[in-house]
Design a protein around this ligand. Sequence first.
Ligand code: 3PG
Ligand code: MG
Length: 398
Amino acid sequence: MTAFRTLDDIGDVTGKRVLVREDLNVPMDGARVTDDTRLRAAAPTIAELSDKGAIVLVLGHFGRPKGNRSADMSLAQLTMPLKNVIGREVMFVRDCVGPDAEQAIALLAPGDVAILENTRFHVGEERNDPALVTEMAKLRDIYVNDAFSAAHRAHASTEGLARVLPAFAGRSMQAELQALEKALGNPEHPVAAVVGGAKVSSKLDVLRHLVEKVDHLIIGGGMANTFLAARGVDVGKSLCEHDLTGTANEILDAADRANCTVHLPYDVVVAREFRANPPVRTVNVHEVAADEMILDVGPNAVEALGDVLKNCRTLVWNGPLGAFETPPFDAATVSLARTAAALTRSGSLVSVAGGGDTVAALNQAGVADECSFVSAAGGAFLEWMEGKILPGVAALSR
Ligand code: 3PG
Ligand code: MG
């Protein structure tokens, strides 16, 4: 892993203005934060810097406003939720640059915490415009990037600032990078990866990279159907990207060459309609009827996958095995997640999960807390699983 400086190296921050890039892009329903994982991830760094007497200026984006101001994407709405999570006062500054912002910031005292308005209200943010970077850095002393989940973006607040201010990784960024290193960078073998989700097309690069890295690749979700079809299985009405069966075969061949065992389901749960609790059958993959859909991995395959995990030392998990939002098609995901949790508890497995639906699925299984590490990242986790260098991380590693 490339070296980066952390808060341990930051020195005396008393009275210093520290820009802290967090990922405040949380899911909301009206004024309510429906999943505060990212706020909880932000808390330790903000609290630590505030305790050390820094003037903590939190930078973040919300949504994709593309340079336009809009009330429903204002970070003002995160002030209370963040205050509740960190248990101390949080102020709000109406812009991240400009004279009004400077005036408001000048009134802050050591230890104060303020959120600066959505960086994406400026077009220069996503363009990583040097002029905006200079404005943001003006009168600031230090930059801390604590937003691994936005590190796949080369934006002014995620990449540009690291080049013009002394730059450090926050505690959440540090924890993410260390966990990911342990999972794929320099893991204990055998390593298993679970990759699920609807479409092969969204995870081609992930699969190509993983077959070179892991010993067991467990494919689930709708994307498994494309692989089954590639192997000549008639998947009936299942979600399947028939145009990608050639690509699926290439990935299977690459896995063979790399000594990576690919696990596809051999029994499956099927239904004629996709809705909650329809009539279902559990069948061998070769017995799917023309009008049936595969909606989950079957119990025999899940048990066999559990045995695979028992022989592994490391697990990386991205994506559910079945259509887990719709009962009973969460059964395989929940069951395998519980096995992984038990193995993690017993100390035989390091388990790292992240990306999109994965955290929701693990929460549903009630085991998110029992994984060794759950990433707060969606797209960034996937790009990392593709073996890409994330610009926000690269800018810190100098
Ligand atoms: C995320 O939600 O994955 C991050 O906050 C990045 O957001 P973006 O996909 O809009 O860049
Ligand atoms: Mg996103």
